[in-house]
Design a protein around this ligand. Structure first.
Ligand code: PPS
Length: 285
């Protein structure tokens, strides 16, 4: 297992389970169907929380599915070899996950009616979450210090490239009726309303007790104990023993790590890059 990136079209990708040939094939040939549900994020934005939530909505709050099948098989990553092979075989409604920037996404999507949920998170918390996760990962170039990772983040030299470009790219779709933008922060601060919003978008009706069960089983504590969702199955081959997907699960943790100088540099960059987007998209501390 090598600690390096695979570079494709100027973007660093994990070096395991990815290949240039596959990334090209996914973009050119993978067929997105109208009935597919796409769960899209920049890494460390709460992707697995969203996947768990949508799986629980589809199982009407019954935790059997999320407790018996690994999360990457329930909603496979289209850009990985494993996920791509699984998805080609799946029939009916497929849940599909992706961290891809818009320019590398399967072209067929842009002619489909597939529904997309795009989850955005305060990039400062994405930064902190990513630092601790990638440090323990065996399939990417690992950051050696917070300072180094700050430089990578600013330059976009990290898995899946620039956070700013990712958000800007996908936000161009935000007014389409098949595109729902959610934030990690709203999901954290009012999980019930966010789950209801997802249900409405997906056309799913839950009874009150089913909704309560979704909320119980997608909680941080329950997910952290669920070996099918907490990445413990990846320890050894892909993650160091101290590698954690569910680390803290809070908003605003960046305040414990940013220096005053880093916070100022970040604010300035954010203003420069995101000023022309509606600021209500970014409702965080
Ligand atoms: S990955 O590896 O890119 O797919 O990671 P991703 O799932 O996008 O993001 C991991 C962060 O999401 C947090 N998380 C949760 N927060 C609250 N509630 C629940 N149920 C939950 N599940 C995952 C997880 O803790 C990571 O954030 P940090 O800040 O590191 O704790």
């Amino acid at each position: 297992m090598t600690g390096k990136f695979l570079w494709f079209e100027g973007i660093p990708f994990p070096s395991v389970d990815y290949s240039p040939e596959l990334l090209r094939e996914v973009q050119e040939s993978f067929l997105i169907k109208d009935e597919d549900v796409l769960l899209l994020t920049f890494p460390k934005s709460g992707t697995n929380w969203l996947i768990e939530t949508v799986c629980l909505i589809y199982s009407k709050g019954d935790p059997k599915w999320v407790q018996s099948e690994p999360i990457w098989d329930r909603s496979p990553w289209v850009e990985t070899k494993h996920g791509y092979e699984l998805l080609k075989e799946k029939e009916g409604t497929r849940l599909i996950s992706s961290h891809h920037p818009i320019q590398l996404f399967p072209k067929s999507f842009f002619k489909s009616k597939a529904k997309v949920i795009y989850l955005v998170r305060n990039p400062r918390d994405v930064f902190v979450s990513g630092y601790f996760f990638w440090k323990s990962a065996k399939f990417v170039k690992r950051p050696q210090s917070l300072e180094q990772y700050f430089e990578w983040f600013i330059q976009g030299n990290m898995p899946f490239g620039s956070w700013f470009d990712h958000i800007r790219g996908w936000m161009s779709m935000r007014d389409k009726e098949n595109f729902l933008v959610l934030s990690y922060e709203e999901m954290k601060w009012d999980t019930r309303s966010t789950v209801e919003k997802i249900c409405q978008f997906l056309g799913k009706k839950l009874e009150p007790e089913e909704l309560n069960s979704v909320l119980k089983n997608n909680s941080f504590q329950v997910m952290k104990e669920n070996n099918m969702s907490n990445f413990s199955l990846l320890k050894g081959q892909y993650l160091e023993e101290n590698g954690l997907l569910l680390r803290k699960g809070v908003t605003g943790d960046w305040k414990n790590y940013f220096t005053v100088a880093q916070a100022e540099i970040f604010d300035k960059l954010f203003q420069e890059k995101m000023a022309d987007l509606p600021q209500e998209l970014f409702a965080w501390e």
